[in-house]
Design a protein around this ligand. Structure first.
Ligand code: ADP
Ligand code: ADP
Length: 225
């Protein structure tokens, strides 16, 4: 669980202002969706929270710590990307356990934790499989298990369901919502899909042309689109 404070965040790429004047307090344990059209700055905002991009100006705090100048590996965040990026030469279980090895966990504990994470995403029977043989939805479940395994303070999701077909996407929205309710961790979820945001979010932040133009409960932002 973690509260994140973004204060006057800005990101310039040469002449392009990708993100401008973004200030928001993301609450402990909430699922905040950043919703907006392609190019509105959602992904850049998420990558700055992850430490994968450095803001041009502004600050980012997680809990009471100013992490603005901290490299990604020192922040206890974990990111799920649109393209699942699993290691093809490792089993499903090894993929999920990978991040735990870097944290110095024993082999037994790594396997135990990885198995329990695979069960949580309904992939308990697939530990020994080669990830290249899985369907898109299964790969994304494994990617989610891998991100959750390290027990991050904050889970960052960058269009994680966008490559899935509509039916599966809708099923996984509900599953993701259940996982979030179960864990009570802070999730920041980027999407351009309005239905997805309304299915998932505790609160929605609407982005447009680099700015966060509105933040509110789904029923509030729905009334003032
Ligand atoms: P979204 O996630 O809402 O689609 P992005 O954050 O990816 O938006 O992009 C916001 C703007 O910043 C876009 O105009 C995009 O082209 C630009 N942008 C993003 N990343 C880079 C980059 N690495 N270099 C140059 N421009 C970028
Ligand atoms: P997303 O789909 O998450 O918004 P994009 O597909 O826009 O991400 O960007 C993928 C990668 O390309 C990112 O690393 C981003 O920084 C980079 N990128 C995005 N837009 C531009 C751009 N206009 N010029 C250069 N790099 C870009």
């Amino acid at each position: 669980m973690s509260e994140i404070t973004l204060h006057d965040l800005e990101k310039q790429y040469g002449e392009t202002t990708a993100v401008e004047d973004v200030s928001v307090e993301i609450r402990d344990g909430e699922l905040l969706c950043l919703l907006g059209p392609s190019g509105s700055g959602k992904s850049t905002t998420l990558r700055m929270i992850a430490g994968l991009e450095t803001p041009t100006s502004g600050t980012i705090s997680i809990e009471a710590d100013d992490v603005t100048d901290q490299p990604a590996y020192e922040r206890n965040t974990s990111t799920v990307f649109q393209d699942w990026a699993l290691f093809p030469h490792k089993s499903v279980l090894e993929n999920v356990a990978f991040g735990l090895k870097m944290r110095g966990m024993s082999k037994d504990d790594r396997q135990k934790r990885a198995r329990s994470m695979l069960e949580r995403v309904q992939m308990g029977g697939y530990g020994d499989d080669d990830p290249t043989n899985l369907s898109g939805g299964q790969k994304q479940r494994v990617a989610l298990a891998r991100s959750l395994a390290v027990n991050p303070d904050v889970l960052l999701l960058d269009e994680p369901l966008s490559n899935l077909d509509k039916r599966l996407r809708e099923d996984m929205q509900i599953e993701l919502r259940e996982i979030h309710e179960d864990l009570e961790e802070t999730f920041v979820h980027v999407t351009h899909d309005q239905d997805e945001a309304f299915t998932l979010a505790d609160r929605i932040g609407i982005m447009n042309e680099g700015e966060l133009v509105q933040v509110g409960d789904p029923d509030e932002v729905y009334e003032n689109p």
